[in-house]
Design a protein around this ligand. Structure first.
Ligand SMILES: O=C(O)/C=C/C(=O)CC(=O)C(=O)O
Ligand SMILES: [Mg+2]
Length: 220
């Protein structure tokens, strides 16, 4: 068997663990309280989409939102990882979008139901190339941005996160064993908004990476 290559972590079929409301300005724009502990949800590996393929608006949604986020790629698995050792478990990063069917999420929230249909559908996790750890020496202080059709919508910095990357790795690994190839989406800054069929999304992390995706609709 050929050795697996972490730079193609999305092919491994591992977990995608997402953190919600980790930026106060985003929690406020959706009129949510600031969390006192991390809010977590999952996406399946079938949510991944790579540049060259389109983000598909699910048939059942008419309000698909972009959320630009820093993704943390786990390189060494572990359970109950102490914060002090957390960064030793990181192989690198990816720029990610947490595509969210906001209308569906609102219905789920009003009924007290999980967000799975709103957050975990096919193509709900567009990602950049793998970014080796050394290229982002301080992941707690990098700027993320997103444009729709050349118009800037999101422009945030990971220094605004409520819960830091080491804290999140430690917190999550207390009840979900982290494995090599897992991805943690660390939450979005403010500026989320709706996208339409034929829109072009561009996103980046400072001078480290950019990526572009086109939006299409699922066949009716
Ligand atoms: O509670 C809401 O209305 C929305 C929460 C989110 O979608 C959370 C995130 O995914 C995030 O903050 O990145
Ligand atoms: Mg999100």
């Amino acid at each position: 068997m050929t050795a697996r290559n972490i730079t193609r972590f999305w092919e491994w079929g591992r977990k995608i663990i997402c953190v919600g409301r980790n930026y106060a300005d985003h929690a406020k724009e959706l009129k949510n309280a600031i969390p006192t502990e991390p809010i977590l949800f999952l996406k399946p590996p079938s949510a991944y989409v790579r540049e060259g393929s389109s983000i598909l608006v699910p048939r059942y949604s008419s309000d698909l939102h972009h959320e630009v986020e820093l993704g943390v790629v786990i390189g060494k698995g572990g359970t109950a990882i102490p914060q002090s050792a957390a960064m030793e478990h990181v192989a690198g990063y990816a720029l990610c979008l947490d595509m969210t069917a906001r209308d569906v999420q609102d219905v789920c929230k009003s009924k007290g139901l999980p967000w799975t249909r709103a957050k975990a559908f096919d193509t709900s996790c567009p990602i950049s190339e793998f970014i080796p750890k050394e290229r982002i020496p301080d992941p707690g202080n990098v700027k993320l941005w997103l444009k729709v059709n050349d118009q800037l919508r999101q422009d945030g910095c990971t220094s605004q996160m409520i819960f830091s990357i080491p804290y999140l790795i430690s917190y999550i690994s207390k009840f979900i064993t982290l494995e090599e190839g897992d991805l943690i989406l660390t939450g979005t800054p403010k500026g989320v908004s709706a996208v339409q069929q034929h829109d072009e999304l561009q996103a980046g992390i400072e001078d480290v990476v950019t990526m572009s995706f086109r939006v299409d609709r699922q066949d009716q």
